[in-house]
Design a protein around this ligand. Structure first.
Ligand SMILES: [Zn+2]
Length: 311
C-alpha cells in the first residue's frame, strides 16, 4: 500500500471503521478526511462536496477503548511493539481497553554505554557525544537512560492504539530487572485493579530472564487459580516462535491487517528518532534502533507474532 496517496488513507480508515462497527457514519468522515487533504481527491469521493469540512475533521478515531480491559505486561520499553504489535493493535481496533504495564526500568541495556561513547555498536558505530551535541549529558546515568527509554515507549503507545492514561510506567516500583516473585506481585496488583481483564506477557521460556520471569509468574498464577486468572496468554519472540511448543502465529482479521501494520510501522519511528536533548528530560536517542534494529525491521516487514494460549 502507498501511504502517500489519499486513496490509501481512505481505504485504511474505512477498513478500520467498518471493523469497529462505525459503519455508515464513518463514510462521511472518511470522505472529509480526504477532502481536507486534497480538494481534487474530495471530488473523487462523490459525496464530500455536500458536507461542510469543519463538521467532521479530524476524522473519528478507529480506536475506542471502551471494552473489556486487556493488559500487556511489558518487560522492557520496546517489547510490546517487537513481539506483540499484532495483538495490541487488534485488541485496540476492536474496542478493547488496552493497557501497558512496564515491569522494569530498562536501564540494564548495553546501549547506555554505547550512547556514552564507551563502546561501539553495529547500528551506529561509535558515538562522540561532544560532537553530537549531548556531551553535557554524559555519562548518562542509568536513571537518565531509563527516562529516555520511557520517552520512546510513550511515543510508541499512541500509534499502537494505547491512550496515554493506559500506560503504567511504575516509576516508584520498578527496578532494573524483575524476578518471578516481583512479577507475581505486579500481575496480581493489576488483576485486582481490573478483575475482568485479559492478561498477556512474554512466554515463560523466553531467553531473556526478565521476559521469562513475567511469563513464569503469569503461568504460575493461572495454574494456581485458573478461575481468577482465566484469560492468560503468552507471546513468543520471533526467533523462538517457530519451534516453541504450542506457539502459533497470531491472526488478525484480514479487514484489519493493513491498519494494524500501519500502526506498527508508525510506532517503530518512536524507536528510530535521533534528536539529542538539552536536559535528561528531553531528547530521543534511537535506543530501540541501536538495540534491536533487525527486529524493528521485521516489524516493518509485517512478520508474524507468535502466541501461546495454553499453560
Ligand atoms: Zn525485553
Amino acid at each position: 500500500m502507498d501511504e502517500e496517496t489519499g486513496v490509501s488513507r481512505r481505504s485504511v480508515f474505512r477498513t478500520a471503521a467498518a471493523a469497529v462497527g462505525l459503519g455508515a457514519s464513518a463514510a462521511p468522515a472518511a470522505a472529509l478526511m480526504s477532502a481536507a487533504t486534497s480538494h481534487q481527491q474530495a471530488h473523487d469521493t462523490g459525496s464530500a462536496g455536500t458536507v461542510h469540512p469543519a463538521a467532521s475533521f479530524p476524522p473519528a478515531d478507529p480506536v475506542s477503548p471502551t471494552g473489556r480491559p486487556f493488559i500487556w505486561f511489558e518487560p522492557h520499553q520496546d517489547d510490546g511493539l517487537l513481539w506483540a504489535w499484532k495483538i495490541l493493535t487488534h485488541h485496540a481496533l476492536t474496542g478493547r481497553d488496552v493497557h501497558v504495564v512496564l515491569a522494569t526500568d530498562g536501564s540494564a541495556s548495553r546501549i547506555r554505554r554505547v550512547l556514552n561513547g564507551e563502546t561501539s555498536n553495529r547500528y551506529w558505530g561509535r558515538h562522540y557525544p561532544d560532537r553530537e551535541g549531548y556531551g553535557h549529558l554524559t555519562p548518562m546515568s542509568p536513571k537518565a537512560f531509563a527516562k529516555a527509554r520511557d520517552r520512546e515507549l510513550k511515543a510508541a503507545c499512541g500509534p499502537l492504539g494505547i491512550v496515554p492514561e493506559n500506560l503504567h510506567l511504575e516509576l516508584d516500583w520498578r527496578q532494573p530487572k524483575i524476578d518471578v516473585p516481583r512479577a507475581r506481585e505486579l500481575i496480581t496488583r493489576y488483576a485486582d485493579l481490573y478483575p475482568d481483564a485479559g492478561l498477556c506477557t512474554m512466554w515463560w521460556k523466553d531467553t531473556d530472564p526478565c521476559h521469562s520471569a513475567l511469563g513464569t509468574a503469569l503461568r504460575q498464577l493461572h495454574l494456581d487459580d485458573p478461575v481468577r486468572f482465566r484469560d492468560c496468554r503468552w507471546v513468543v519472540r520471533r526467533k523462538q516462535g517457530p519451534t516453541a511448543p504450542g506457539a502459533v502465529p497470531y491472526r488478525i482479521p484480514p479487514q484489519l491487517a493493513a491498519t494494524a501494520h500501519q500502526m506498527a510501522k508508525n510506532a517503530s519511528l518512536a524507536y528510530s528518532s535521533w534528536a539529542p536533548g538539552r536536559t535528561e528530560d528531553d531528547g530521543m536517542y534511537a535506543i530501540g534502533l541501536h538495540s534491536v534494529g533487525s527486529d524493528l525491521a521485521a516489524v516493518r516487514r509485517g512478520e508474524p507474532n507468535w502466541i501461546v494460549d495454553k499453560a
